[in-house]
Design a protein around this ligand. Structure first.
Ligand SMILES: N[C@@H](CCC(=O)N[C@@H](CS)C(=O)NCC(=O)O)C(=O)O
Length: 210
């Protein structure tokens, strides 16, 4: 299998962190990671569009040369394909809550963070849009309060004691914020401490560049 990715972008980083966390659990998926240089526009060129007509990363090429083009289904596929030491564990309720948390983060924080990054200092060269940026910043406040509240029970990671895809998703967006040199934590000491704790993990150390 091959994962077409680019290091800074949040959605590929989510999958890369997920793969690195599984590696730490002893699951070696042997996925070759290939950079598609989005700054040079390679993701919109015929070679990548043949893999993914939407011209986005990540894209996972399966061994039969078919493709999965959405980050979360890539994670779900790898959970199914390598069913030992998975990240989604426990009862149906625990697994559902883990997925729920990942979706909350991706849709309510990751989306606004990505949009905020592109509206302020886009690595893809998009023009600044200060008014929209302020709206995106505002939109992520309530969900970040929600995470601060979750962490108030002393849990080390966002979903509890075990690493969760939610940690990977949150950290992939935060890396983008570090790249544009914006501190989004505000007065949320627990979230800030989680950020430092997560970034010290071996998986994070191998994947995160910012
Ligand atoms: N829903 C998709 C979103 C993929 C996506 O938009 N990826 C971004 C990088 S984080 C991208 O390729 N952007 C380039 C573009 O849309 O031109 C997923 O979860 O994989």
């Amino acid at each position: 299998m091959k994962l077409y990715m680019v290091p800074l972008a949040p959605n590929p980083t989510k999958v890369m962190l997920y793969i690195a966390e599984r590696e730490q659990l002893g699951v070696h998926m042997h996925i070759e990671q290939i950079v598609v240089n989005t700054v040079k526009g390679r993701h919109k060129e015929p070679e990548h569009l043949a893999r993914n007509p939407f011209g986005t990363v990540p894209t996972l090429a399966l061994d039969d040369n078919s493709h999965i083009v959405e980050s979360l289904p890539i994670v779900d596929y790898l959970e199914d394909k390598f069913p030992h030491n998975t990240l989604y564990i426990g009862t149906p309720e625990q697994r559902a809550k883990a997925r729920d948390l990942e979706r909350i983060i991706d849709l309510r924080i990751g989306g606004p963070m990505g949009a905020y990054g592109h509206a302020t200092k886009s690595p893809l060269g998009r023009p600044p849009e200060p008014e929209k940026a302020a709206q995106y910043l505002q939109a992520m406040q309530t969900p970040m309060d929600y995470l601060e509240q979750l962490l108030s029970d002393g849990r080390p990671l966002l979903g509890g004691d075990q690493v969760n895809v939610a940690d990977c998703t949150m950290q992939s967006s935060l890396q983008f914020m570090r790249f544009i040199e914006v501190d989004v934590f505000g007065d949320r000491p627990l979230l800030r401490a989680w950020d430092e704790r997560y970034r010290a993990r071996p998986a994070a150390q191998t994947v995160l560049k910012w």
